[in-house]
Design a protein around this ligand. Structure first.
Ligand code: AMP
Length: 139
């Protein structure tokens, strides 16, 4: 999608409204318009990258250095029992907007949103095999 058509690029440029909760020269945070819970917040870099692995380290550093501070404010404002920080990458992982973003999702005991995702045990030898492949691909 062309950058001028991207919803989050438009929010950064002030072309469409958003409930902004934090802004500096590199980072913007605003409320999700279709929240999972009250205070569900999105944190984005002001420069557009589609996925986490495309973000330069400097941009990731700027984002990461603000995530905790924003999460603390979201938690204090909503009085939630906990929160999830999620970054969906790719359609298979649920990414709908191709502009990297972190969700901060306030959670409360028994809210039924999700508790544990399905998991399994590796068959013998597979965990070592996969770890070796990932190590080979670290650039
Ligand atoms: P994802 O599925 O990780 O790509 O999440 C995209 C999120 O952006 C969804 O939770 C949407 O509700 C949210 N969203 C879409 N349009 C807007 C908008 N104009 N303002 C705020 N949040 C939005």
């Amino acid at each position: 999608m062309a950058e001028q058509d991207c919803i989050f690029s438009k929010i950064v440029k002030g072309e469409i409204p958003a409930q902004k909760v934090y802004e500096d020269e590199a980072v913007l945070a605003f409320l999700d318009i279709n929240p999972i819970s009250d205070g569900h917040t999105l944190v984005i870099p002001k420069q557009k990258y589609e996925k986490l692995d495309e973000c330069p380290a400097e941009v990731l550093g700027q984002l990461a250095s603000k995530l905790g501070k924003i999460a603390q404010a979201v938690a204090a404002a909503t009085g939630c029992d906990g929160y999830n920080v999620l970054c969906n990458n790719g359609r298979a992982a649920g990414q709908l907007i191709d502009y990297v973003h972190f969700h901060i999702i306030p959670r409360n005991e028994g809210d039924g949103v999700f508790h544990r995702w399905p998991h399994f045990q590796y068959p013998t030898g597979k965990i070592e095999e996969i770890a070796a492949k990932i190590r080979e691909n670290i650039k």
